[in-house]
Write a protein that binds this ligand. Structure first.
Ligand SMILES: *Cc1c(COP(=O)(O)O)cnc(C)c1O
Length: 343
């Protein structure tokens, strides 16, 4: 295999065109086989429901090269399940889970030369997308759909892996309603959150920490990532809420905190006042794995967990264990890695 000519250790988290993406079409009640496409453009009906009424959902996961050159993808079965839930919640035709896993394998195989080499710190980000494509201008679900999947090599979200960030608790803008669609991975939630993120950044913070929209009292999540805190008595606590996305990274960290670090794990409503008692806090998601939280500003008070660029010991251990499993340097007791056959 000849690798793509890229500066592997200096990749950012941004779009890079690779060789192929795949498209599958739902029409007349059934899904097509994969169409292998070289162009990175799609042609859509001007009245497609995805364009007007937000009938779209997506996923994000990563493939890694190991020291021996084999390639694996992390917990793809969970992404397949979650995309089905997202689709069903906004009345879209779900993409079958087994076909989802096949599509991930196939798109990585076809773009093998873009999988970053072991040791570069980079990985191959896989982006599945499902959109309603029928031209119906009345508000109703589409009858036709397209599932497409593309990949891009990405560097660590933050260079050097772990970069502590400052959060701002947001009280004037809601990302998602308690009985809305905050618990599924749809683009509309991101549109709703853009203003808040923009505001936080313009005030010198890195991201927003949302409170639940109903009581404005409990922590929800941070823009595109889940939130967790480490209590003084060493518990891993993370919000239970109907308006946050169930993160697969968070699910994995809960398992590791309990099994590998011997911590108690609690998933429950977290009163925002609890942030003042944590010894560490973090945001988690596929892109960055863990982003340690340096400080959180809430109204006129700010709590600081970390000085300079230091990283707390619990976040460090969780990060090293999870990334070690992904790269094959820590034993994968849980069967989280799916090896992608290459020939
Ligand atoms: C994708 C996403 C996450 C992170 O989920 P992972 O499965 O860990 O990547 C968290 N919050 C929101 C809103 C998301 O869309």
């Amino acid at each position: 295999m000849e690798r793509a000519k890229l500066d592997w250790s200096n990749l950012a988290f941004q779009y890079v065109k690779t060789d192929y993406h795949l498209e599958y079409y739902f029409k007349d009640g059934k899904w097509s086989e994969a169409n292998i496409v070289e162009s990175d453009r799609v042609e859509l009906h001007i009245a497609a429901t995805a364009l007007h009424y937000g009938q779209q959902c997506f996923e994000g996961l990563k493939a890694f090269e190991r020291a021996d050159g084999r390639v694996s993808v992390f917990r793809v079965d969970e992404n397949a399940k979650r995309m089905k839930r997202s689709a069903e919640k906004i009345l879209m035709e779900p993409f079958p889970e087994d076909k989802f896993i096949e599509a991930v394998f196939k798109v990585v195989q076809l773009n093998r030369r873009f999988v970053p080499p072991y040791g570069s710190g980079a990985s191959l980000y896989v982006r599945p997308l499902l959109i309603g494509t029928s031209g119906v201008i009345g508000v109703k679900p589409s009858t036709e759909y397209m599932f497409l999947i593309f990949v891009m090599p990405v560097g660590p979200y933050f260079k050097g892996g772990l970069k502590p960030i400052r959060l701002l608790v947001e009280e004037e803008i809601d990302r998602a309603a308690p009985l809305g669609v905050g618990d599924v991975k749809v683009g509309g939630n991101y549109a709703a959150g853009l203003r808040a993120s923009h505001k936080a950044k313009s005030l010198g913070y890195n991201e927003v920490l949302y409170l639940d929209a109903k009581h404005k009292k409990y922590i929800d999540e941070s823009g595109p990532a889940n939130f967790f805190g480490i209590t003084q008595d060493n518990k891993y606590v993370t919000p239970a809420s109907s308006s946050i996305l169930p993160s697969i990274t968070n699910m994995s960290l809960r398992t590791l905190a309990e099994d590998e670090l011997g911590m108690k794990v609690e998933q429950r409503p977290i009163d925002v006042e609890e942030i003042f008692d944590f010894k560490e806090a973090g945001c988690c998601g596929t892109a960055a794995v863990i982003t340690p939280v340096k400080s959180i500003k809430y109204r006129d008070r700010e709590v600081t967990y970390l000085q300079g660029d230091e990283v707390g010991p619990v976040c460090r251990k969780l990060y090293d264990t999870l990334t070690g499993i992904q790269l094959g340097t820590v034993e994968d007791k849980y069967g989280w890695n799916f090896e992608i056959p290459m020939d």
